[in-house]
Structure formats: structure tokens, C-alpha cells
Design a protein. Sequence first.
Lengths: 111, 405
Amino acid sequence: MIAARSPGDGGARRREATDLYATVLEVVKRYHGAARITRVSYGAGMPVDRLRLVMDRLLALGLLQSEEIDGRPAFDITARGQEFLDTYWKMRGFVEGLEHSTDRRAPNNRR
Amino acid sequence: MTDTHVPKGARVRLGVVDGDLEAEGGSTIQAEGTVRVQGEARFSGDVIVEGGLECRELRSRHGQVRVTGDFTATEKVSTDEGELEVGGAFRARDVDIDRRLSLGGPATVETLEVGGRLEGASTLSAKEVNVGGHFSLVGKITAESVEAGGSVELQEVALDDLEVGGMVRVGNGTIRHRITVGGKFTSDGRIHFGDFSAGGFAEFRDTAEGGSIEVGGVLSAKKDLTFTHLEIGGMGDILGSARGIDVEVGGKFSVGGGLELSGSLEVGGMISVGATLQAGRIEVGGKLTAERAIAGGKAEIGGVVSTRSGLKAQLIELGRTSRATGPLVGGRVELSRGARAEDVFGESVELDRKCEVHRVVARDVIIGKGSTVDEVVYSGTLRVDSGATIRSTPQKVATLPTFPL
């Protein structure tokens, strides 16, 4: 499960819809087109009923695709889903980097 | 061969099982040292093995299997909606766990796939490790590839490939081929790697040495960094020194020590180098600050260049309305319209219109219309446009004074 903030960041940020989408997409990606919903639920740390809503949304947004394998749906990330992930992580990197530099320059951090 | 069946909730004592072993939920198997199953172990529900377990294959469903001692499966271990906890050493060929695998002792496997969490309190040796969610290990990991969808926390690593969707934190070691991280990468100790790619944020807290490095967002290195190609989408901050072939940074880049590149440096925004910047070619869109900057070929500055000892290059081009603090030493030096500089030295120096320069020392000098120069020393030719101003009489000398740098 991807934490919204890493340990030591000083307080947890509430997980937003985009964080959940990224979490789910990253887990789905690991299965290279054969992701089952139960496996994704363990990977994403989310109960299946709640995950199903997120997956439906991702399918509707075109970030995920599914096909029947052995009579059961298997999920895969789409090119658009990968694009979402690239943008999401880049933005998170910027935010983290900016907070990092702000922390270092904050007067109350100087001893 | 005789199969053994342990009914629901039973507590039995077993040593050698000739055939297969079946155990139902809530049962506890006390091992006479180690339970040695010649065939397959099939568990349903929660089953505890007090002591060691050896079998050809373990299959469990809908529950937690806990082996307090060592566990060896010569072939496969699989759980269906279940988890496995091993207190001692763990050895198996192929492992496929749905929910969680917890390892108390050293583990040796060929392939290891966990849907949810993999936690290890000792070492792990594997060919392939694939985890859907979180993977943490206290001891050293030796593997060809590690993949995880969520987050990974490792100490000492000896890997070929590491691919993680979310976040990675490693202690020290080597990742020979490639590190690919969707989100954030942190290394606490010394690390060596082949190629590196992080979508968001990369932080090297100790010396890092690798090949090509690509970071989508922000790179932070607390000590020295060595690479072949470094590409940063956003910002880069290296507190130690950096060495490599090429650097390409979209935004802001700072190096506390020196920056030594055999190829080119391209920075869209700003770059600051605490000691010497040395590169084959320098191209800065915004501002360059360094103790000194030396380019074997061309140095092209769009905005501001500020050095204490100077900027030296075969060809220096300052963009329109750009500013230079500290000496510029060519080769050829070209200042575009409206540029301002202090002392400029070169084989040939050409000022476009409306430039302002304190002193020009060069063999051949061209001063454009509307430009102002306090002092000109030349040894070859001087061409001054009618609208240009030279505040003191130009001095033609037989030999130019020695240039700085």
C-alpha cells in the first residue's frame, strides 16, 4: 500500500482520490495484464467492495481495461493510465521537493 | 504410503508422514523435531505447526498457516486467500501467497509472489520476488529481480533489477542493472546501480554511483554523485560533488562542490556550483553561478552568469540583455544586444548594440552602436561603431597581458 506520506514527514496527508487511483494502478501494473480483483485488494490494502468502486471509476476513465480470462475479469493498465501515473508521481515529486526545500529554509528549523 | 488427516480443532503430535498431510482449521500439529511429509501438505483454515515442517508441496486456503520452526518445501508453496508465517528458516522453490508472508529466519526461494505484504526479519535469497503491496526486509536481499506495486523497505541489497510502483527505501548495496521507481526513492547508505529512473523524487543520502539517472520531479543527493547521464525534469540539489558525462535539468540545479562533465550541461533555469564547473559545453537558459566555470567548447548563457574567478570557454555567447559578473575568457566572446559584463578577455571579442563592458582585452575587438566600454586593450584590430563610446583611449599593445584562468 502506498502511504500518502512517508514516515518522518511530520503528519499524514489525507489520501485523496488520485492517491487511491495511483495505488490501484501501480498494483495492477505488477500483474502484466492478469490482475485479479482479490489480488489487487491485497496489494492496495483495500477491501474488495470498496476497490470495486475505484476499479469501475478507473475503467470509466479509460485508465484501466479488463478482459475475461478463464471466465473471470483480469485487469490491465492502459496507456492513458500510465500517463496518469507518470504525471501523478512527477507532481508528487515536485510537492515533496518543494516541501523539502521549505523545511530546510524555515527559520524555526535553525538551531 | 499412508495419508494423515488432522481434523478441525485437533491437537496432534507428528514426526514422519509417509503420504500426504491434511489439516483442518483450528488444528495444531506438534512436531517431533520436524514434521517430515513425504507428499503434499494441504491445510484449510488456521493451522499451527509447532516446530519444523518439511514437505514436497504446501497448499493452504482460507486461513493463516503458522510454522514456528524451519520450513522446507522442495517444490511449491501456495495459499488461496490465506497467509503464511514462518518463525525459522524458509526454503522453497516456488512460492505464491495471496495475502501476507511473514519470515522470521533466513529464506531461500526461486520465485516468490505475494499479493499483499511480504515481511522478513532476516536475509532473503531469490531469483524473482514480486509483491503486490508492501515489502520490507531487515537482512540482506540477494535476487535477480524485485518488483512491488506499493512500497519497499530494504537494508543491504544485491540485485539485478528493482522495479517499484510507489516508494522505495534501501540501505546500501548494488543494483547492477536498473532501478525503476514510480514515486519516491531514498537510499540511506552507499549505493551502486546501473540505470536509474524515478518518476517523482529521488534522494541519495550517501555517496551514489551509477549510470544514466532520470528523475521526473526532484533529485536530492546529500553527498557525492557519479553518473553517466543525468536528466532531471524539475530540480536537482547535490550537496557534495558530481561527476559524469551529461546533465540536462529542466528547472533549477545546484551542486555544493564541483561539477565535472566530459559532455554537455544544459539547464533550462538556474544552476549554482560551489566550486569549479567543468564541461565540454555549457548551455544555461537562466542563471549560472559558480566559483569558476570552464567549457572546452561553447558556453551559452541566456540570462545571468556570475563567477568569482571567471567563465572560460572556446566560444562564449551571452544572450540579449544578459549580465555577467566575474571575468569572461575566450576564445571568441560574443555579447548580444544590451548585455552587460565586467572584464572580457579573448582572441576576438564582439559586442552587439547597447552593451556595457568595463574592460575588453583581446586581439581583435568589435564594438557595436550604442555600446559603452571603459577600457580597451588590443593587439590586432579594433572596429568601433560610430555610436559607441570608449571612456579611455584604447591601447594597442604588441603582446596582450596574460588572461585569467
